[in-house]
Write a protein that binds this ligand. Structure first.
Ligand SMILES: [Fe+2]
Length: 183
């Protein structure tokens, strides 16, 4: 499965442009993580890009979200490893994170929301001038972007990154695709 095919499938199944942007942001972080950890950048990028492909199909039902997605991406030609990471990124199923790819997707997913929120409270609403330190400060403000699960982000330690480094890597990755994100 190529990146182009994956993006076309995402666009065919997701109308909400903010959700598409969330997946593009997750893709960027996953690619950067793979590079940092010496893993397969293509496979990790595809995992991020595809991970919420079923959100509209499942109408946000957490009992089916990510199960349908995992089946769908396999049908589209994605690897078992990608499908597994997608399946277990929804905690509601209680499926343990096994591989490094599973763990990477799990912590990268909520980081995108925290970084986007931190950019949107800036006067210019841009990612370009945002600094990792400000994101780290926002991380510590519990009420800021409360939907961005801090505990989940902190599990970057399970792939061997400290929080500061993870935030820096995620921010830089998202700044690299700022145009696609409209930020
Ligand atoms: Fe997500």
């Amino acid at each position: 499965m190529t990146r182009e095919e994956a993006l076309a499938s995402v666009k065919a199944n997701v109308e909400n442009q903010n959700l598409v942007k969330h997946m593009l942001a997750t893709e960027a972080i996953m690619r950067a993580l793979a590079k940092r950890l010496g893993e397969d950048e293509e496979e990790w990028g595809l995992t991020g890009l595809l991970h919420d492909i079923d959100v509209e199909l499942t109408e946000g039902d957490m009992k089916t979200h990510s199960k349908l997605g995992a089946d769908l991406v396999k049908e589209l030609g994605a690897s078992e490893a990608i499908a597994h990471a997608i399946l277990c990124h929804n905690e509601a199923h209680g499926i343990p994170l096994e591989t490094r790819l599973d763990k990477a997707l799990f912590c990268a997913d909520p980081l995108t929301g925290l970084i986007i929120a931190a950019a949107l409270v800036r006067p210019d609403k841009k990612l370009a001038g945002l600094e990792a330190n400000s994101v780290l400060k926002r991380f510590k403000e519990k009420s800021f972007a409360a939907g961005a699960n801090r505990e989940q982000i902190s599990r970057c330690s399970e792939v061997g990154l400290e929080l500061g480094e993870f935030i820096e890597l995620g921010l830089e990755a998202m700044q690299g695709v700022a145009d696609d994100l409209g930020l």
